[in-house]
Design a protein around this ligand. Structure first.
Ligand SMILES: [Ca+2]
Ligand SMILES: [Ca+2]
Length: 273
């Protein structure tokens, strides 16, 4: 089996386990009730491994996530359970340890825990219907991952990312998309960045030579600039982008799909109820 098909197989297995998990929520609810009964006896103690698996959150973490996101307590606990489930499918530390046993000495790296790139991409693709190329997938991963560049997505990044994905306001979505499209994080989307984004997202037409394609991408960049560059300074600021999208909402993802489809959002939200 080559690497690609191995990755695909493990992705399928993982998603199957996520859907089994979602359909088994009633079971886990019973478990949770049991755990809650038990919990009364050991009040004040730290969360146990069992509590964590059930999605229980430390009160402080719960309060902070309630403030930062659009989710209520039940939704946060469900998302935290899904996170645990996904993390258990990303045995990054054990895999790294197997490759490099010397890491055992380094406490910091053995404590890395989170959702890794391959699981995240599979999730974007299969659960959120995001059909986009590698470069944008990577941007989405890094944007969700803020503060932990290069490391797997942590619980807070996971929940904050989902809040924008599933319940984000227009302003939050504008900020999210703009951050992704501003490839070098300098607060402007330039001609070069538009060119890179649009060239990636244009399908290769059979028969088109590279030169023809480059030319049509260049034309597209000029058209996009006319739409987005409201203050006519040759680049797109967040203000330009906001003004253009508010005039025509279809421009929100003009430089490539980075948000889930409405259908995917609705079906994910219905599993949280
Ligand atoms: Ca930029
Ligand atoms: Ca401008």
């Amino acid at each position: 089996m080559d690497q690609m098909s191995q990755a695909l197989t493990s992705g399928t297995v993982l998603l199957r386990s996520v859907s089994i998990f979602l359909s088994n929520r009633r079971q886990s609810k019973q478990l949770k009730e049991k755990a809650e009964k038990g919990e009364k006896k050991k009040k004040g103690k730290k969360l146990t491994k069992m509590d964590e698996q059930l999605g229980k959150l430390q009160p402080k973490v719960l309060e902070s996530l309630k403030r930062k996101t659009h989710f209520n307590k039940n939704e946060l606990e469900t998302l935290s359970r899904i996170y645990r489930k996904l993390v258990s499918n990303c045995p990054i530390t054990s895999r790294q340890l197997a490759m490099n046993p010397g890491m055992m000495i380094n406490k910091q790296s053995t404590s890395i825990e989170g959702i890794d790139r391959s699981v995240f991409r599979e999730l974007l693709h299969s659960t959120f219907d995001i059909v986009t190329e590698e470069a944008l997938m990577e941007r989405i991963f890094c944007t969700w991952d803020k503060g932990y560049e290069g490391l797997p997505i942590r619980l807070e990044g996971w929940i904050c990312g989902l809040s924008v994905f599933l319940k984000g306001t227009l302003t939050e979505k504008l900020q999210f998309c703009f951050r992704i499209y501003d490839l070098n994080n300098d607060n402007f989307i330039t001609r070069d960045e538009m060119f890179a984004l649009l060239r990636n997202s244009l399908m290769k037409h059979p028969g088109d030579d590279d030169e023809t394609r480059e030319e049509s991408v260049k034309d597209l960049v000029e058209i996009a600039l006319r739409k987005f560059d409201v203050d006519k300074d040759g680049k797109v600021s967040f203000m330009d982008y906001t003004t253009a999208v508010k005039a025509d909402i279809l421009l929100l993802e003009a430089f490539g799909q980075v948000l889930p489809t409405d259908g995917a959002v609705n079906s994910f939200l219905s599993t949280l109820q």
